[in-house]
Design a protein around this ligand. Structure first.
Ligand code: IPE
Ligand code: IPE
Ligand code: MG
Length: 246
């Protein structure tokens, strides 16, 4: 085990926004001879730890990919389990999130969510609405291509009603129609489980994010793995297409 602690990172730049694809719950559970749902359950402990560490590090925004648009294709029992877990997590952790001054927000298409799930999301949001610390953005029923198509439609409505002209459309104007319009782009994307893909997550927003892939499955992703990712991020040279400056 590497002897990383938050103090190791004092010298470098802390990312403002970290995004995470929390993957590998099912495979991890199966490897333990358990049902996939057990893996989701255990994954909640990783969420708890990661939120706490994100706060300690002073990261301002944390986006967690909890359920993709494509995940609706999974068996209903697993889908229902995941949503009830999200609702239970928010309920059980509300006091602790409040104590940590966490503000909660969501991205995704909620039209398919049950009323009870929507209510628990709204309740947590309201309860934490005055908080000014870490913004925790939970991506639920989220698909980036859909988000982009939806943004195009909203923009076209503005053009049609002549509130906007074609000449007003630029990258900045377009990004105001995305669900992430209030947040900066992620500086660091972490995906667990060893898969090297984006799986329809924040396609627009990740244009210049640093990518970090961990072989750990999400339920076994510990704080020191997170610190390793941030330490590696601090070594990266972000050039944004320009030439390297020393
Ligand atoms: C990630 O774990 C959680 C969700 C997608 C909801 P998976 O459920 O994808 O687990 P694996 O990737 O099949 O192991
Ligand atoms: C991505 O994981 C979605 C979430 C972690 C919520 P998946 O397990 O759904 O992605 P694929 O199918 O391996 O690309
Ligand atoms: Mg997966």
């Amino acid at each position: 085990m590497a002897v990383y602690g938050p103090h190791c990172l004092n010298q470098g730049k802390i990312p403002t926004h970290v995004a995470m694809i929390m993957d590998g719950n099912g495979r991890w559970a199966m490897s333990q001879g358990q049902q996939r749902t057990w893996g989701h359950n255990e994954g909640v402990s990783s969420v708890r730890k990661v939120v706490c560490y994100t706060n300690t590090l002073g990261v301002k925004y944390l986006t967690l990919y909890a359920f993709s648009e494509e995940n609706w294709k999974r068996p209903k029992a697993e889908v229902d389990f995941i949503f009830s877990l999200v609702a239970r997590y928010l309920k059980a952790e509300i006091e602790e999130l409040d104590r940590q001054n966490v503000f909660v927000a969501y991205i995704g298409d909620f039209s398919k969510l049950g009323d009870d799930v929507q209510e628990s999301l709204a309740y947590a949001q309201k309860r934490l609405s005055k908080n000014t610390g870490l913004t925790l953005i939970i991506a639920l029923s989220y698909g980036s291509r859909s988000e982009i198509v939806h943004a195009c439609k909203s923009l076209l409505v503005k053009v049609q009603s002549e509130e906007m002209g074609i000449e007003d459309i630029d990258q900045e104007a377009f990004s105001r129609f995305l669900q992430t319009s209030s947040y900066p782009d992620p500086d660091l994307l972490i995906r667990t489980s060893g898969e090297l893909r984006i799986s329809n997550f924040l396609l627009w927003q990740l244009a210049y994010s640093e990518l970090y892939f961990s072989d750990r499955m999400w339920p076994e992703f510990e704080s020191w793995h997170y610190l390793e990712a941030v330490a590696q991020y601090q070594q990266r040279k972000r050039r944004y297409g320009t030439i390297h400056s020393h």
